[in-house]
Write a new protein. Structure first.
Length: 391
């Protein structure tokens, strides 16, 4: 008896029935709907939901960078491919060729390890003549000049070594262009039998046409960040080290490229710009600092208000007089008619602490023992004489 709850297994020969479905994962259409006998290949377009997911992914990456900004200097570099790009060309695939598609998000991407590797490779090629640098550069016997030694120290700080971890980290690079697709491309192998060692190089051998997919003239975001601490070797600030890393990335994208088939001009970039995430970070930190200062001031004001509410009138006035020391206008405030009137009223009621506190303050600012000859001090001398009757 047939079990109706059993899952239906789709046999490969029926896959064509599903090829027009709006599958969100681009790898499915690239890998599963192919025919061995056919060289035909169509462009692969993303669904609308996948485009929305890509936009959400960029927002998530940016938010992640901003959340890291308390411990890392962060930035995003946007670059446009100068023609075609194919990454992961030689990976194991149902086809003879492949392209890197994220296993979760289902869109083309460049892994973070490849981005960092391209940067490191550029530094080695451009700064160390293509030779892996080592500690011998810093030895007394080394012929390296100060600039080369400094470059090596920056290299160690960013990329690390077997003994220390590098301060530079990268995120996966995803397409930033609004519209994108996997475009069809081909390469033609001449004299396949000759290269496989089966025949001589003859003109009657059949051409071997290999289909593969590429990205063409698309913008890609490259997020990177550096730990906020002074370089262990170079002694550069984290901000300066991030500037160095950005310089390495830009040069790598322009000069050495990334991905496969670079000898055929694939994988190079142009129109490379910073997105100035650091400016947003500084604004965010300034806003957070202002909010923290405001909260602290409000809490202090609330605590002071509660403190004052528990005081008597005399204690409250003593406290107010004590604050004149911390005020730019404290001297003038201490002589105000309102303060003096209140001090006298409490003194007449037997509350002498405010009068004594006012006397101590005036002595401290040299406004108590005044010469009687100066007419302009008449009002102050009159106040002093009135206070002396009570204290």
């Amino acid at each position: 008896m047939e079990d109706k709850n059993r899952m239906k297994i789709v046999h490969p020969k029926y896959l064509d029935d599903y090829k027009d479905l709006p599958l969100d994962h681009m790898a499915y259409k690239m890998n599963y709907f192919i025919k061995e006998s056919s060289n035909k290949q169509n462009d692969i377009n993303p669904t609308n939901s996948l485009k929305e997911e890509k936009s959400l992914l960029h927002a998530q990456q940016k938010e992640a960078l901003l959340s890291l900004s308390s411990s890392y200097e962060v930035e995003i570099i946007k670059a446009k491919t100068d023609g075609k790009l194919v990454h992961g060309f030689g990976s194991i695939n149902a086809r003879e060729t492949s392209i890197s598609i994220h296993s979760v998000y289902g869109i083309p991407y460049i892994p973070a390890s490849s981005v960092k590797g391209a940067m490191r490779n550029w530094v080695i090629q451009a700064c160390f003549n293509g030779m892996e640098p080592d500690q011998s550069i810093l030895s007394e016997e080394s012929e390296a000049n100060e600039e080369q030694q400094h470059l090596y120290k920056v290299y160690l700080d960013l990329f690390g070594s077997e003994k220390s971890r590098g301060m530079l980290q990268c995120m996966d690079a995803f397409i930033a262009s609004k519209d994108f697709k996997l475009e069809k491309d081909v390469m033609t192998v001449h004299h396949k039998e000759y290269y496989s060692g089966k025949q001589e190089s003859l003109d009657n051998q059949k051409l071997d046409i290999i289909n593969f997919y590429v990205l063409n003239n698309k913008e890609i975001n490259f997020p990177l960040f550096v730990a906020k601490k002074e370089g262990r070797h170079s002694k550069l600030s984290s901000n300066k080290l991030l500037d160095e890393a950005i310089c390495y990335l830009k040069n790598a994208l322009k000069e050495t490229g990334i991905g496969s088939k670079k000898s055929s001009s694939y994988g190079y970039f142009k129109e490379i710009n910073d997105l100035d995430i650091r400016k947003e970070v500084y604004k965010k930190h300034e806003k957070a600092a202002a909010a923290k200062a405001k909260a602290k001031a409000e809490a202090a004001a609330k605590a002071e208000k509660l403190k004052l509410e528990k005081m008597t009138d005399a204690e409250r006035l003593v406290y107010k007089i004590q604050q004149f020391k911390n005020m730019d206008q404290g001297k003038d405030e201490s002589k105000s008619p309102q303060i003096f009137k209140k001090v006298l009223e409490l003194a007449e009621q037997g509350e002498l602490e405010p009068a004594q506190e006012l006397k101590a303050y005036w002595k401290e600012i040299n406004q108590w023992d005044l010469p009687k000859k100066k007419k302009k001090q008449g009002k102050q001398l009159e106040k002093i004489e009135r206070l002396k009757k009570h204290i």
